[in-house]
Ligand binder design. Sequence first.
Ligand SMILES: [Zn+2]
Length: 476
Amino acid sequence: MSLLAAALLVAAPAAPPPLSEADVRKKQAAVASVEARRSDLVSLADQVWAFAETALRETRSAALLADYAEKQGFRVERGVASMPTAFVASYGQGRPVVAVLGEFDALPGLSQKAVPERAVLQAGAPGHGCGHNLFGAASLGAAIAVKELIAAGRLAGTVRFYGTPAEEAVGGKAYMAREGLFRDVDVALAWHPADRTRADMEGGQAIVDAMVEFHGRTAHAAFDPWNGRSALDAAELFTHGVNMMREHVKPTVRMHYVIPDGGDVPNVVPDHAKVWIWARDFERTGVDDLLARLRKVAEGAALMAGVEGKFTVQAGDYEVLVNEAGERLLDGNLRWLGPIAYTPEEDTFARALQKAAGVEATGMDAAIGALEGQEKEGGSTDVGDVSWNVPTLHVSVTTAPHGVPWHAWPVVAAGGMSIGHKGMMLAAKTLAATMVDLFDDPSARAAVRAEFEKKTQGFVYRPFIPDGPPPVPRPE
Ligand SMILES: [Zn+2]
């Protein structure tokens, strides 16, 4: 071996040390605990699937999970960070504090039966098009498995389950982070339902969510239009400006908008209009640049149309800060647990979903994806905000067939039947086993921490959320 090769070997990131017998036995106990609770976890996931409650309206979903945690002996604090559906369930005492995040909000308009063709369950109702019904239940299952080891005196420290509402809008975790609820956490873990399984080495996109409002002057659109100043003109000029920007932003940027208000009727010059826009890039700094440019475009649009403009940042997420040391732990546990086995019926279900969605009917893909060589992909999560406050480990687990559109009915369908349940179980076991590593192995914890400290040196957390309380809707 050359000196250079020897030096490279020394410099290479340390692989996790071989597991001790005792560690393996504790992990086996954690996995067995998740398995023993399978019917409860499936029931929790199915109930949340049926409730299908959207951001900050997840009253029954949050209560279901919080009540279950309480029944298992967790201390539950409800209504944290001024959100009635946010809660923290804790068990044990002292350090380390290992947290697992759970989501449970649905998406508007995606109601769908758990069948492999488009079949609305309840017209106009929400549906779990991102699999968050599985997300919350799996994370809670993992927390309970760790709790049982603490209760048996086999692990020492505190395990916490964070019930984090409103991921799809608002960004509940940012409000929880701003409140300092993660301050004493040593490591946080999260997973996400996906069309593939792997420990995530890429952190998605940072995002900002802004509402751009214009206020003009009404007039008769035919008799005296010169007396009017159209807010809709300004909205159109703004979106035109955004579309001109597209050529002059990095290819990593995504900007998408809808026009929730474009006036009332054609014969009245609209005095009100608004554009709701989201802008993303792979890093928060890129989003900050976009935001500054979008503000100017809005100002220019208002100026040209002769109306007043108002630009409000409503929410936003950081990109997830990847912790490679932590991802290696997750990856090791995924491989230790092995891939999901699907039945021929599940494979048939998957192919039908893929066919209906117009993608290649390849069936279920159980493979555990490689840690290296992952590509950057679009999408954002408020887990990002947690990850800049405490070291955060993130894993994706298959809950839907490969290639089907996300935030769409096929994900709702698969998440309400055994394909989703199997993903939930693997996620719970992976998280539980990784938490055992973190509790049991101070050097693993130290490596995760050291990487986090290095990557956040000089960093100051500035959440996008506006000052004041979260926008909790009035009960219907
Ligand atoms: Zn999601």
